[in-house]
Design a protein around this ligand. Structure first.
Ligand code: E4P
Length: 218
């Protein structure tokens, strides 16, 4: 399973990249705003800065909601780097734009997906990635993991190549359960990746190994 980090924070992206397990980055307009990145020029430059840190795909979301402007914006984003994946909302014009970019060989990520039907449409339009929002479904007492399982099942039935990018991952158990289901990618905060490191028996064991080494080498 690929690990993407879901942030526009350059320090966190660097930290995940330095760990050696990062496969890409996802951003959205809220995450950009959280970092204080505003204005077209600054936003475009920030995407380039992210691409300079990571080796993999970087999802950059369009703001437009109509086909023509989605295409215009997406083409501008895609021109920044081969790493850019044009992120499009799961609405009618988003599906049309997805097909347009697919035909042009530009990578896409269809976002804000909350049902198996939406995921099926994204795959039909040739999306590179589909982003079901696991955590936001859990937030409203709906089983987000069940949606990931349904999409996996449907995609496997027909051999769709669209990669399931489990989004809105909030913690380590989401990551582990996504891996069990066979999600292709997960995107979450840095803590959902670094949290996987932790086990008290590892810390206790290491402390004992080092203490025993010290005793025998004093
Ligand atoms: C997906 O690409 C979104 O950026 C993201 O995963 C949403 O996560 P949230 O529900 O924690 O905001």
């Amino acid at each position: 399973m690929k690990f993407f980090i879901d942030t526009a924070n350059l320090d966190q992206i660097k930290e995940a990249q330095d760990l050696g397990v990062l496969d890409g980055v996802t951003t959205n307009p809220s995450l950009m705003a959280k970092e204080g990145i505003t204005g077209k020029e600054n936003i475009l430059k920030h995407y380039v800065d992210i691409c300079d840190i990571v080796d993999g795909d970087v999802s950059a979301e369009v703001i437009a909601t109509d086909f023509e402007n989605m295409v215009k914006e997406g083409e501008e984003l895609a021109a920044l780097s081969d790493q850019i994946v044009v992120k499009l909302p799961m609405i009618k014009d988003g599906v049309k734009a997805c097909k347009y970019f697919t035909d042009k060989g530009i990578k896409t990520n269809v976002t804000l997906v909350f049902s198996a039907g939406q995921a099926l449409l994204a795959a039909k339009a040739g999306a590179t990635y589909v982003s079901p929002f696991l955590g936001r479904l859990d937030d409203i007492s709906t089983d987000g993991l069940n949606l990931i399982e349904e999409i996996r099942h449907i995609y496997d039935n027909y051999g769709f190549e669209t990669q399931i990018l489990s989004a809105s991952v909030r913690h380590t158990m989401h990551v582990i359960n996504c891996a069990k289901i066979g999600s292709d990618v997960m995107t979450g905060p840095l803590s959902s990746i670094t949290g996987l490191l932790k086990h008290p028996l590892t810390d206790i064991g290491l402390e004992k190994f080092l203490a025993d080494y010290k005793k025998g080498n004093e």
